[in-house]
Design a protein around this ligand. Structure first.
Ligand SMILES: Nc1ncnc2c1ncn2[C@@H]1O[C@H](COP(=O)(O)OP(=O)(O)OP(=O)(O)O)[C@@H](O)[C@H]1O
Length: 331
């Protein structure tokens, strides 16, 4: 569905060159849900803007839905839907009129455009708002209308650039419920950008972690977490001396990737934390070091990013990113 080789994009800003995307090689299959996850300025939007023909690449090639983004941008546009970071419907226009006009712009007859608009408004739970002016809608309602606008020509491939940024957790969950239903019912391929870790973790089958214009990790959320982060065992000890001794015992375990000590607490990063913890506790007992508390936490995609870059994505993401699971979401 998407195939790119060495795609790059640079900008000239006040005499300096900003390398926004530095060599993107992508193979994305039809019917998948793929997330570009990364901090502000990582190059996510620029990548999407090239794939949607809104921005010409500086170098490299890209074929999207069977058409080349440079030599046949119209062919690409006919087959994709795009939700940008801004709102696409005019604030002073009526909801239905905006959708019908969009359908007409894609070459639908008036009757077909009206029928599509009606179906989409029902599917996205906007039917009661059909006669309202766009500017009177809430943030979540307006974002759902943006999605309807992107879908009016029934594209097989949907690009969503930060579809839920700025929305409350309930509205975010609601947006995802609708997008994933489309994916499930119609097989729509969905490519989205986000800096909300939870959205990538919950909804993407495949996550591309992007930093400084490059994909630095690519895989399913589970794969990335298992391969790159590992579980986190946290031990509480009676004092700093015990903590240092416990850290030494932990470092001797062959599976352990990283051990850090903070005052009385020891953090041990290892795969299979639930089986390693009893071994670690036995070894501690054998060397006469007592752990007062012990817990195992599953890794997050932030741990993956931290392992890869030494930085955290949390600084970028909204503190109250979505945790609500939408009804009817895929398992
Ligand atoms: N039109 C432009 N002119 C100059 N620089 C640009 C332009 N568009 C993007 N950039 C720069 O390219 C880099 C990547 O930006 P991009 O918007 O792709 O990042 P992003 O990962 O989508 O970030 P965000 O999460 O904040 O949307 C940034 O340094 C940005 O300042």
């Amino acid at each position: 569905m998407i195939h790119t080789r060495g795609l790059t994009r640079s900008f000239r800003v006040k005499g300096d060159t900003v390398d926004a995307v530095r060599g993107l090689d992508l193979e994305i299959d039809a019917g998948s849900v793929v997330a570009f996850l990364g901090p502000n300025g990582a190059g996510k939007s620029t990548s999407l803007r090239m794939l949607t023909t809104l921005l010409p690449p500086s170098s490299g090639t890209a074929t999207v839905a069977g058409h080349d983004v440079v030599t046949d941008p119209a062919g690409v546009r006919r087959r994709i839907g795009y939700l940008g970071q801004g709102n696409s419907a005019g604030a002073n226009f009526q909801v239905t009129d905006e959708l019908v006009t969009q359908g007409r712009a894609y070459g639908l007859s008036r009757a077909d455009a009206c029928a599509r608009a009606e179906r989409l408004l029902a599917a996205l739970e906007l039917a009661d708002l059909a006669k309202r002016t766009v500017g009177t809608l809430s943030g979540g309602q307006r974002r759902r209308l943006d999605i309807a606008m992107a879908l009016v020509h029934e594209p097989g491939l949907l690009f969503l650039d930060e579809p839920t940024t700025g929305l409350d957790p309930q509205s975010r969950a609601n947006i995802w419920k609708h997008v994933l239903r489309l994916h499930k019912d119609l097989g729509t391929t969905v490519v989205f950008t986000t800096h909300y870790l939870e959205e990538a973790d919950l909804w993407a089958e495949r996550v591309m972690v992007v930093d400084h214009g490059r994909v630095i990790a690519d895989g399913s959320p589970e794969q990335l977490k298992a391969d790159l982060a590992g579980d986190l065992i946290t031990l509480g000890t009676a004092g700093p001396t015990d903590a240092d001794r416990a850290a030494e015992v932990a470092r001797a375990l062959s599976t352990v990737r990283e051990v850090t000590v903070e005052e009385t607490e020891v953090r041990v990063r290892t795969p299979h934390g639930e089986t390693q913890l009893p071994i670690l506790l036995r070894n501690l007992e054998a060397t006469g070091v007592q752990a007062l508390t012990a817990r195992v936490a599953r890794p997050t995609l932030d741990d993956v990013f931290l392992t890869l870059t030494g930085r955290t994505l949390r600084e970028n993401a909204d503190a109250d990113a979505p945790t609500t699971t939408p009804d009817g979401a895929r398992a």
